[in-house]
Design a binder for this molecule. Structure first.
Ligand code: PMP
Length: 393
């Protein structure tokens, strides 16, 4: 017995605890196994077209063909990734001719968030990261795994389907100088509730007054109102403040999900210091980011015709989402706010029991907190969806 215990204790992984599985991946399995013809998948957060597909975008396909034809080497780039990709994407994010923060390519928005978290932790390990509730479930773990403290502030009130801005400001009274404020640039996940320009302005003043550093997560530019409009809040904040971080994902607006395409930008008076530490951290995290998706994004952005085609396909994706939003909003008074909210997601005022019942009795699949992916609907399925939903609203 004694010996057995000591053997178990010697095993390197014996002290780990089982982690909860990813709930959305579990949902995919349940959905696949469901044989009902009218089942509806509103779970996983990817864009879907009218036929339920998540297509490779036309311009991306063309960029990939070009890459396959012309790429002469797959030799290493550097920890900064594809520099031209970062430059061209900076124009999309910050506007042509705007001052550019220091930026490097990262593996998706997740990589950008993690790299930013590591950078802050290296310089200010005692800073707290303030995160609104609810948020993307990966936000808090990304910062905590980098060793940072996190606290939450109120953001969205499900009952009134609106941002609780006063609650947010009140909770942030406890933030101290040097703390970090995580903000969704647009298309808030999971609520679809975006800050208006007056609220962005107020947050800018608050950050300036209290020396808080915003960390903006921009993962859906172009899927809300328009490419430029979706970046306006972030750009305004960068104009008001000396320091800020921006984590960018191309995985939704270029439909590149599994290729892992993103960038981290940092606005700072100590640009060279920041850059050298970003590169050193990236070296130890992933050495260099995957190339394919970023190379394709560069080819799309540097070719006028491909870029125009990308913008028009993105416009069509957004139009589809926003048409579904209007139809949903008009279909039930408790869904009215969905018409003014933006992006792929909405958070329905449902109990976990109602979410289970919708799956069991109606074949409607959504995240356990009541988040739906609006792009999982079509104009044909909305009536059945709303009819099933109505008794739980
Ligand atoms: N931020 C938010 C708000 C997201 O919803 C997501 C993706 N679900 C990400 C970041 C990460 O994006 P990526 O897949 O590029 O890592």
């Amino acid at each position: 017995m004694l010996m057995q215990e000591s053997v178990a204790d010697r095993e390197i992984f014996s002290r780990l605890a089982i982690q909860p599985p990813d709930a959305l991946l579990g949902l995919i399995g349940l959905y696949r196994a469901d044989r009902r013809p009218g089942k509806i998948d509103l779970g996983v957060g990817v864009f879907r077209d009218d036929a339920g597909r998540t297509p490779v975008m036309r311009a991306v396909k063309a960029g990939e063909a070009k890459l396959l034809r012309d790429q002469e080497s797959k030799s290493y780039l550097g920890a900064e990734g594809d520099i031209r990709f970062v430059e061209l994407l900076a124009e999309v994010a910050f506007g042509a001719g705007a001052d550019r923060p220091v930026g490097i390519q990262t593996p998706g928005g997740t990589g950008a968030l993690r790299l930013g978290a590591e950078l802050i932790a290296r310089s200010r390990p005692d800073a707290t990261v303030w995160i609104g509730t609810p948020t993307w479930p990966n936000h808090a773990p990304i910062f905590r795994e980098a060793g940072m403290m996190t606290r939450t502030h109120r953001f969205y009130d499900v009952a009134s389907a609106a941002i609780d801005f006063d609650g947010m400001i009140e909770d942030l009274r406890e933030a101290k100088a040097g703390d970090v404020l995580l903000l969704h640039g647009c298309c808030h996940n999971p609520t679809g509730a975006d800050l208006n320009s007056a609220q962005w302005q107020e947050i800018g003043l608050l950050c300036a007054r209290r020396a808080l550093v915003p960390f903006i997560d921009l993962a859906y530019q172009g899927l809300g109102d328009a490419l430029e409009a979706d970046a306006a809040g972030m750009r305004g904040l960068l104009d008001m403040l000396p320091e800020a971080l921006v984590a960018y994902s191309c995985d939704k607006n270029f439909g590149l999900y599994r290729e892992r395409v993103g960038a981290l930008w940092v606005q700072s008076g100590a640009a060279e210091l920041v850059r050298s530490n970003m590169l050193a951290l990236a070296r130890s995290l992933w050495s260099m980011p995957p190339d394919h998706g970023a190379a394709v994004t560069r080819l799309v952005l540097e070719d006028d015709a491909l870029r125009a085609d990308w913008v028009s396909e993105l416009d069509a994706m957004r139009a589809r989402i926003n048409e579904l939003r209007s139809v949903l909003a008009a279909s039930h008074p408790r869904l009215a706010a969905i018409g003014d909210q933006r992006g792929m997601f909405a958070l329905l005022p449902l109990t976990p029991e109602a979410v289970d019942a919708l799956r069991r009795d109606h074949g409607i699949y959504m995240a356990g907190n009541g988040r739906i992916n609006i792009a999982g609907l079509t104009l044909e399925t909305v009536p059945a969806f709303v009819a099933a939903l109505a008794s739980y609203l």
